[in-house]
Design a protein around this ligand. Structure first.
Ligand code: NCD
Ligand code: ZN
Length: 351
C-alpha cells in the first residue's frame, strides 16, 4: 500500500435514507457500489412501522440494487402505539436491525413520530430484552427551543432519563452534531454509540450562509458552530470504537431544496467513502478510517465484519452539479467541487 492508495475492509453505512419508487432506483446504486450494508431509515410517507411493511420495502430495495452485493438492514419507525409484540416479530424476522425514534415533528416525515417517549416504555422494555437497538434522532422539538440547542436539550430532558430507565438498552445516537453529544456518548456504557455524518465533520453553520443562503448545506440536525465541529473531529482522531460511519444521505429534488420552504437533507451517497477518506486524511487520522467505516458499526450491532475490501486512489475528480432523481434532479453534497480520493470500480459493480 502506498500513500496514494488505500485498501480497507468494505465499509457499511449505518444511517441511510433510500426513499421509494423512482427516487430509490436513482439513488440506491450509489450506496451499493461502496458499501456492503446500510441501515435503512423508515421515514417514508407513510412510515414503515411493521415487519410486514418492512418486508415489502426490503423487496423494493433489493430490486433497485439488483446485481450488487449489498444487504439492506431494515428498521421500523417507532410510534406512540408500537406494541411490544412488534419487537418479537422484528427479532424473529432476522432482517430488522433497529427501531428508529423520531420525536414527532423533528424532521422530514416525522409527523407520526413519538410524542412522549414514556408512552413507549413497554416496547422499549421488550427491545432491551431482545437486544434490539434504538436508533435516535436526538432533538427536542418544542417550538420555543432554539434550533441550535435542540440536541443538547434532548440529551438533558429525554436521553439521560431514558438511559436511567433502561440501563441496558442498546442505543445509537444518530448523526451527532455537538460537543455535548460527543461527550455523552464517550462517557456512556458500551451499549451506547453514535454515528457521524460527513457534513457535520466537514462544515459548521457558517456554511449555511456563505455568500448567501445555501440550501444544499441544510440538514437536520442543523450544522452547529465551529467548536462542535472541532469536537466531532477530535472524536474521530481519537479512534474511539463508540463512533461509526452513518452518512444520513437524504435525497430531495433540487426543486424541493431550492424553494421558499426548503427541505432538510443532504445527499452524500455519490461520494460518501471518498469524502470521509479526505476528512480522515486531512485530520492525520487515515489509520483510524477503517475502524470507523468498517469495524465499529458491525461490532456494535453484533454483526460480522465484512470480508471483502475496497480500494481508494488518490486522484482528483470533480463532483457533478446534479444527478438524476426519478424525473427530477438532485444537487449532491459538494457539487462542483474537486475531491482528492476516488473509489476504484470493483466486482460489486454490475457489468
Ligand atoms: C432526513 C430526510 O430527509 O429524510 N433529513 C435530514 O436532514 N437528515 C431526515 C432526518 O434524518 O432527519
Ligand atoms: Zn436521517
Amino acid at each position: 500500500m502506498t500513500k496514494n492508495q488505500l485498501t480497507i475492509t468494505r465499509p457499511d453505512d449505518w444511517h441511510l435514507h433510500l426513499r421509494d419508487g423512482e427516487a430509490l432506483t436513482s439513488v440506491a446504486p450509489f450506496t451499493a457500489r461502496q458499501f456492503a450494508r446500510a441501515i435503512i431509515m423508515p421515514n417514508l410517507n407513510p412510515p414503515i412501522t411493521t415487519v410486514i411493511q418492512a418486508v415489502a420495502y426490503l423487496d423494493e430495495i433489493l430490486a433497485a440494487v439488483e446485481g450488487y452485493d449489498f444487504e439492506p438492514l431494515m428498521t421500523l419507525y417507532l410510534t406512540d402505539n408500537t406494541p411490544p409484540e412488534e419487537i418479537i416479530a422484528a427479532r424473529k424476522s432476522c432482517f430488522i436491525k433497529g427501531m428508529k425514534l423520531y420525536p414527532a415533528g423533528a424532521t422530514t416525515n416525522s409527523d407520526a413520530g413519538v410524542t412522549d417517549i414514556r408512552l413507549c416504555d413497554a416496547t422499549l422494555e421488550a427491545m432491551q430484552k431482545a437486544g434490539l437497538p434504538l436508533l435516535i434522532h436526538g432533538e427536542a422539538t418544542a417550538p420555543q427551543i432554539d434550533v441550535f440547542d435542540r440536541e443538547k436539550v434532548f440529551i438533558d430532558e429525554t436521553l439521560l432519563p431514558l438511559t436511567q430507565r433502561f440501563p441496558d438498552l442498546k442505543i445509537v445516537f444518530e448523526h451527532i452534531t455537538t460537543k455535548e453529544a460527543a461527550d455523552f456518548v464517550s462517557q456512556a456504557g458500551d451499549n451506547i454509540a453514535a454515528t457521524i455524518t460527513p457534513q457535520h465533520l466537514l462544515l459548521n453553520r457558517n456554511a449555511l450562509f456563505q455568500g448567501g443562503l445555501q440550501p444544499h448545506n441544510y440538514c437536520l440536525p442543523v450544522l452547529k458552530r465551529d467548536i462542535h465541529q472541532q469536537a466531532l473531529l477530535k472524536v474521530i482522531r481519537s479512534g474511539s470504537n463508540k463512533f461509526f460511519l452513518g452518512t444520513d444521505s437524504a435525497p430531495h429534488s433540487k426543486n424541493k431544496k431550492e424553494s421558499a420552504c426548503g427541505c432538510a437533507g443532504i445527499f452524500s451517497a455519490h461520494a460518501a467513502i471518498e469524502i470521509y477518506t479526505s476528512i480522515f486524511e486531512q485530520q492525520g487520522a487515515l489509520d483510524k478510517l477503517e475502524a470507523f467505516a468498517s469495524f465499529n458499526g458491525p461490532d456494535f450491532y453484533g454483526l460480522p465484519r465484512n470480508k471483502t475490501t475496497v480500494t481508494l486512489h488518490k486522484t482528483d475528480w470533480e463532483i457533478p452539479n446534479t444527478y438524476p432523481l426519478g424525473d427530477e434532479k438532485l444537487v449532491p453534497f459538494l457539487a462542483g467541487q474537486t475531491i482528492n480520493w476516488k473509489l476504484a470500480e470493483t466486482a460489486a459493480t454490475p457489468q
